[in-house]
Structures are given as structure tokens and as C-alpha cells.
Ligand binder design. Structure first.
Ligand SMILES: [Mg+2]
Length: 228
């Protein structure tokens, strides 16, 4: 059995900044902080880790668990509107076709491995009708640690019939160096795709097992997955 775990932002879709705008609105509403995300690079981080970073940067203190929950709930209330109104929202090239082909292969399971809160990930994928491809996953709502998120996704795959799943047979697919680091730390196979945060040259420096320019370029990866 093989498992493919997909990052969301910059890998499957770009929301055209909807997530950033939703977090900005949240911090404006709750703490009267404008442009809270201006000093933050969210790429490859979990949502709770991003919220904590904003607290440190802008409020110069830790956030409590209650505050974290309050911020996340407020963010999830404004996110649907930001995603639906985003003029730059798009699905990355070749994604839908790749998911269709991968899903049709025997012994291949597909899930999410993302720093997004689960509800947030579902909102972002809903606009492109991609949620059906991902019956399960690991999320920022499961852990603030990106490699723990991936391990949780793999456990869920085992529960769903992926018994005997080796860690090397888990392919972690993402657009940032942080996705690659997290996958490697979890002992999994790493695939970088240059549709989001970084170009091919920059991603290669992080030494992923595979690099794609985009999913139109993924036939060799599918062969490698089948051979793994
Ligand atoms: Mg990403």
C-alpha cells in the first residue's frame, strides 16, 4: 500500500491570499491589530503556530489555549467569504487530472497533510470541489508540529485499511522547504512541487526525493509510487 499526503496552499490550490486576509480580519476584529500577517511568513507552518507567532510579534506575549481557540473560531467564520470572493483563487496546473489518475490506481491511498485547520482546509478545497479526493488527512487542528501532522495522517490511513504501510511508502507532497523537512523528519518520502512558495532550483537545495515543476510533470512520480 502507498499513501500520498498533499499540502493544500501552493500545492493543490492557491486561494489568492484569502487565508492571510481572513487572519488579518480576525486580528483586526479581536485585538484591533491591523495587517497582523505583514511580518509573518506562513508558508509551510501550521495555523496554530502562525497564530502563536502573531501573538509574539504583535502582542509580545504567548497566547493561551482559550485565546488560540477563539482566534481559530473567528478565522473560520470569515474564511468562507474570503475564499469565495477571492479573484485570484485557482487550482494548480494538472492537479485534478493527477488526483483522478492516482485515485484510480490500486494500492494507492490519498489524504491531506496540511498545516491548515481541518475546517479551513475543507473550505479552501470546496470552491474547486476537491474535497471528495481526500476522505482523511492530518491537519493543523491535530498538532502544531508539521511532522506530527503527517504521522497522524498515516495512522488514519492505517485505520482505513492501509495496513502494513511503511513510512517510505508515504509520499509527502508540498511546495515549501518546511514540507520537505517535516516529511523527512517523519521518515517519509518527500516530493516538492514548484507551484507555490519556491521554484525548482530553490526546492532542490532542500534535497527532496522528487521535484516537480507542476503536476502536468508527474508521470515519472506516479511510476515511482507504483514501484515503491
Ligand atoms: Mg503550502
Amino acid at each position: 500500500m502507498k499513501l500520498l499526503l498533499f499540502d493544500v496552499d501552493g500545492t493543490l490550490v492557491s486561494t489568492g491570499g484569502a487565508g492571510v486576509r481572513a487572519l488579518n480580519r480576525t486580528f483586526e476584529q479581536l485585538y484591533e491589530i491591523p495587517e497582523a500577517m505583514s511580518a509573518i511568513d506562513p508558508a509551510g507552518k501550521t495555523d496554530p503556530a502562525i497564530v502563536r507567532e502573531i501573538f509574539h510579534e504583535r502582542l509580545e506575549r504567548d497566547c493561551s489555549e482559550d485565546e488560540l481557540q477563539t482566534v481559530c473560531q473567528a478565522y473560520l467564520r470569515v474564511l468562507p467569504e474570503e475564499v469565495s470572493q477571492s479573484t485570484q483563487y485557482r487550482v494548480m496546473p494538472g492537479v485534478t487530472e493527477f488526483l483522478r489518475v492516482a485515485r484510480s490506481r490500486q494500492h494507492v491511498m490519498i489524504g491531506l497533510g496540511t498545516g491548515n485547520l481541518e475546517v479551513g482546509a475543507r473550505i479552501k478545497l470546496e470552491r474547486a470541489d476537491l474535497n471528495d479526493f481526500f476522505p482523511f488527512g492530518g491537519f493543523g487542528s491535530d498538532s502544531e508540529d508539521r511532522s506530527e501532522v503527517l504521522r497522524i495522517a498515516a495512522w488514519r490511513a492505517q485505520d482505513r485499511g492501509g495496513c502494513g504501510l511503511n513510512r517510505e511508502a508515504v509520499f509527502v507532497i508540498g511546495d515549501t522547504e518546511r514540507d520537505i523537512e517535516a516529511g523527512r523528519k517523519a521518515g517519509m518520502t518527500t516530493v516538492a512541487v514548484a507551484t507555490g512558495h519556491a521554484d525548482v532550483k530553490r526546492l532542490r537545495r532542500a534535497e527532496p526525493d522528487f521535484v516537480l515543476s507542476d503536476f502536468r510533470d508527474a508521470a515519472p512520480l506516479l511510476e515511482a509510487i507504483e514501484a515503491a
